[in-house]
Design a protein around this ligand. Structure first.
Ligand code: SAM
Length: 274
């Protein structure tokens, strides 16, 4: 197991932003660093005399110095497994009522795309557990989360369990107690629903992230078999607009792009037999 204690601090980190939104996170401390896309430099020497909001030149690039925050971290994160994007994580966070002080499990952790969005809203009062059974994925996710914990003004208590979700319930309960929410993003979510639903408080919610209809149907059947009540099943469609060449604005040319079906179910009190 690895993780970080909850933190509240003044960060040294800044983001160097290209005009198109690409960003590079830089820790403003003495010593040479190598930043992919920017090269090698001493960050504190480079940034000396500059403030947030200034424009700075690094190599051939003209960049704006901005606060390091979630959007910059997402643009700059290391990726291995497919990540859950903001379209879906934003909806899950809101529907499931995740916020300051929540107790949340997410797995598989993968590259921490979802976990970073969760940590961003949970405050230093929150308890976040990530579960990942592939060490090479855990390593990438851990790196992204540890870096985010360094620049976040508030970061929840975070534990990464390197184990199978099928056996995680007792460890999860020992760390966070009963959970408010659990989000499952793995190929076969229905195989871990029984185990993970044990960790939820009554009224807590479980979500399954299901790229295919087969995954959605199996997960749906399983949560109902476990006595949970489905509150939402469906997908979130994002349609971006663009400026047209000859004036006006219109839907962009890029395809909508399916990501996944979301299934959200709530744990209710068991019905007593007469
Ligand atoms: C699509 S990735 C998760 C991406 C992550 N949610 C994100 O937003 O970056 C799925 C992950 O689940 C992990 N996984 C699959 N089955 C698992 C299991 N039974 N227990 C724990 N992790 C599992 C895989 O190794 C993989 O890293």
């Amino acid at each position: 197991m690895s993780g970080t204690g909850a933190t509240t601090k003044a960060p040294n980190w800044v983001a160097l932003r290209e005009d198109d939104g690409r960003a590079y996170l830089v820790n403003n401390v003495p010593g040479e660093v190598k930043i992919k896309g920017l090269g090698r430099f001493d960050a504190s020497a480079l940034l000396e005399g500059f403030s947030l909001g200034d424009r700075i030149t690094v190599g051939q690039k003209s960049l704006t110095i901005v606060e390091a925050a979630l959007p910059e971290a997402r643009r700059n994160m290391n990726r291995r497994a497919q990540t859950i994007g903001i379209k879906d994580s934003g909806f899950l966070i809101s529907w499931m009522g995740i916020g300051a002080g929540s107790r949340v499990l997410e797995g598989g952790h993968g590259s921490a795309g979802l976990a970073m969005n969760l940590a961003n809203v949970m405050s230093s009062e929150g308890c976040l557990i990530s579960v990942e059974n592939r060490p090479e994925h855990a390593e990438v996710g851990r790196g992204n989360m540890e870096r985010m914990s360094e620049f976040s003004a508030e970061f929840p208590s975070w534990n990464l369990l390197e184990m199978d979700l099928q056996n995680a319930a007792s460890e999860v309960a020992a760390i966070c107690g009963e959970l408010d929410a659990a989000i499952l993003d793995l190929a076969e979510p229905w195989t871990v629903v029984s185990e993970i639903s044990q960790t939820l408080r009554i009224g807590g919610r479980i979500a399954c992230y299901c790229p295919t209809t087969g995954q959605l149907e199996k997960s749906w059947n399983k949560v109902e078999e476990e006595g949970l009540v489905v509150e939402f099943a469906g997908e979130i469609i994002e349609r971006r607009w663009a400026k047209a060449g000859r004036g006006g604005v219109r839907p962009g040319n890029q395809p909508m792009g399916h990501t996944a079906f979301l299934l959200i179910a709530a744990k209710i009190a068991t019905i007593e037999e007469e």
